[in-house]
Design a protein around this ligand. Structure first.
Ligand SMILES: C[S@@+](CC[C@H](N)C(=O)[O-])C[C@H]1O[C@@H](n2cnc3c(N)ncnc32)[C@H](O)[C@@H]1O
Length: 235
């Protein structure tokens, strides 16, 4: 799914690095699964989690009931979107809409529209139907990374909210110090841990980086995407 902070564009660069370390039958775990734009390019045993329960509901809809996803903006209108925003989002299609039909994919943002009258509901369907095939069998959990039960000796790819970004509208206070300690602990428990971030504490080494132009939402910025892991001498 289109998503704020999606790693779709860099997946082809960083996946080969991580997959080279994956052992046969090893679980691929993403505690910050977001729009599932990395996990949908991996096969085998996969677990994706996110603290945003509405996002997980939307992904479960994509995985299990793609036929329920609206085909165009007559099937799902701006009026329905605005009404859903005020609802309890018990309908998974409304959860999906809150991310996919909102400007910049900001949860419960404003209805996506432009002067050319692009039908964003229609634009969305094709990608999502393709993604549905690629996330069959993915276990999805609405949980914080801190509560997630991770199978032994997993390969864990973390894509947390970045240190210096304003965060997601639904954001929960994210404790970065606690997060890096969790990465150290998980590595010591025997998991292989990779992290996408702009910066990391000194005991983590940058194993890949690339300058990327980001033009989601209102902002257009240049950032250096990096991939980190705990440095060998600290393992
Ligand atoms: C950068 S996005 C992940 C994007 C994803 N890799 C993709 O390509 O679509 C970060 C995600 O972390 C989630 N998040 C924030 N705090 C969390 C926590 N404590 N536990 C689990 N997920 C959390 C946010 O809801 C958001 O979906």
């Amino acid at each position: 799914m289109k998503y704020m902070g999606s790693k779709n564009r860099i997946a082809k660069c960083i996946l080969p690095i991580m997959l080279a370390e994956r052992k046969p039958n090893q679980w691929w775990v993403e505690p910050f699964v977001g729009g599932a734009n990395m996990i949908d390019k991996v096969d085998g045993k996969r677990l994706g989690a996110d603290i945003n329960k509405y996002l997980i509901k939307a992904l479960i809809l994509v995985r299990d009931n793609p036929e329920k996803i609206p085909l165009n903006n007559q099937e799902y209108t701006e009026e329905m979107f605005n009404k859903a925003k005020l609802s309890d989002l018990s309908n998974p299609v409304d959860c999906f809409a809150m991310f996919q039909y909102s400007f910049g994919c900001i949860f419960k943002g404003s209805w996506s529209k432009n002067k050319r009258g692009t039908d964003y509901v229609k634009e969305c369907v094709k990608n999502v139907l393709k993604q549905s095939k690629n996330i069959q069998g993915v276990v999805l959990r609405p949980e914080s990374y801190l509560d997630l039960v991770i199978p032994e000796n997993s390969l864990i790819y973390c894509d947390p909210p970045y240190w210096d970004t304003a965060g997601y509208k639904n954001d929960y206070e994210f404790n970065h110090v606690q997060f890096w300690q969790w990465c150290r602990d998980k590595t010591k428990e025997g998991h292989t841990v990779f992290v996408s971030e702009y910066n990391a504490p000194n005991d983590f080494e940058c194993i890949w980086q690339m300058d990327i132009k980001n033009n989601m939402g209102n902002n257009s910025t240049n950032n250096t995407e990096k991939l980190f892991r705990l440095a060998n001498e600290n393992l």
